[in-house]
Design a binder for this molecule. Structure first.
Ligand SMILES: C[S@@+](CC[C@H](N)C(=O)[O-])C[C@H]1O[C@@H](n2cnc3c(N)ncnc32)[C@H](O)[C@@H]1O
Length: 332
């Protein structure tokens, strides 16, 4: 873990300064030795000594959340309560099973008390429709659904009621960012509020075209471009990528296709826009990699191209036996 090392007498002032700048990594505990304190950080900071040491992670929130509800709900109800909830900036989104709906207010208030975030919302529907947004019900705190989420040092502003965003894809975005080289021309076909473009352009000197059909998502992406210090350049396009793509008069070195339910129906667009030797980061929901690989192969053979699969991985579980899978294909 990357840490700022400071003499003990400067520990508190430095901690406050780093917290105010959003640079402190709140997921790990500060460590002290006889003379020094070690404060976990999200990114390199100037003017301090940076060292790598092992730190103890903070206790997992869901575990404590369950404990907080003891006495309010029966142990069986706590057992049934799905404690894995999503924290997006200063908002918490809970999934409450049907058998605990009567207790939603107690659960919401407990979540507010424990997490000390601004607002608690409850999932009211599955992710749905073209814009991949779900209905939310306000439970506790302040009913303000706009927040700024921090991910790998990036600041991502969004309205949880208006746009798709999943903090659970953070590791995947970092992995893709790390595989990008300076100078790449990248198309994100389904960019949302821009987590892939922002995380990549903060770290790499690239040119990114970012497309989304959701007006609100593009509005927030434009704000996120201003909120972050970028090495690369991002140009935004609002509309159906099948239509928008007609205006591109260049090919791309990388195309990101994170619309896992429907990305396969846009593979024809992607294989036409990819540069020879370029990479398609393709996503779908599946119980295996075979279906996605076949779809990539078929889309390529339609236009006389070939795909070399360079990596496959499970991004996250979506339901028993089904995964959000990632397949990276090099197109020749
Ligand atoms: C699963 S979300 C992914 C967003 C973003 N890539 C992320 O990781 O947070 C898919 C996005 O695709 C957008 N979308 C759906 N159909 C589209 C289309 N035909 N053209 C452009 N964007 C589309 C939705 O509005 C949504 O923001």
């Amino acid at each position: 873990m990357k840490c700022v090392k400071v003499p003990l007498k400067q520990l508190n002032d430095t901690r406050i300064k780093l917290m105010e700048k959003g640079l402190m990594n709140m997921e790990y505990r500060i460590k002290t030795s006889e003379d020094y304190g070690y404060i976990p950080i999200n990114e390199d900071v100037n003017d301090y000594e940076i060292v790598e040491i092992e730190l103890e992670p903070m206790k997992k929130v869901p575990h404590n959340f369950s404990e907080l509800l003891e006495g309010e709900l029966s142990s069986e109800e706590i057992e049934n309560l799905r404690t894995s909830f999503d924290t997006i900036g200063d908002i918490v989104i809970l999934e409450i099973p049907d058998n605990l709906i009567d207790k939603k207010q107690i659960i919401g208030d407990a979540a507010l008390k424990f997490t000390k975030r601004k607002a608690i919302y409850m999932k009211k529907s599955a992710i749905k429709g073209t814009t991949r947004v779900r209905d939310l019900e306000f439970l506790s705190g302040v009913d303000d659904s706009v927040t700024i989420h921090k991910e790998h040092g990036a600041r991502l502003k969004l309205d949880v009621r208006e746009v798709y965003f999943s903090p659970r894809l953070a590791t995947e975005r970092k992995r893709v960012m790390e595989s990008v080289s300076d100078g790449e021309r990248i198309l994100d076909m389904f960019c949302g509020i821009g987590p892939f473009p922002i995380v990549i352009a903060r770290n790499k000197n690239v040119d990114i075209a970012a497309v989304d059909i959701n007006v609100s998502a593009i509005k927030y992406l434009n704000e996120n471009i201003e909120l972050n210090k970028l090495k690369g350049h991002i140009k935004t396009y609002c509309g159906d990528v099948r239509q928008v793509s007609h205006s591109f008069n260049l090919k791309f070195d990388r195309i990101i296709m994170n619309l896992p339910g429907l990305a396969y129906t846009f593979l024809d667009v992607a294989v036409n826009l990819i540069e020879d030797g370029g990479i398609i980061n393709y996503y779908e929901f599946s119980d295996s990699y075979e279906q996605g690989i076949k779809r990539l192969e078929n889309a390529c053979s339609e236009v006389g191209k070939k795909v070399e699969i360079i990596n496959c991985r499970k991004v996250k579980s979506t339901s028993p036996g089904e995964w959000h899978v990632a397949i990276d294909g090099k197109i020749n």
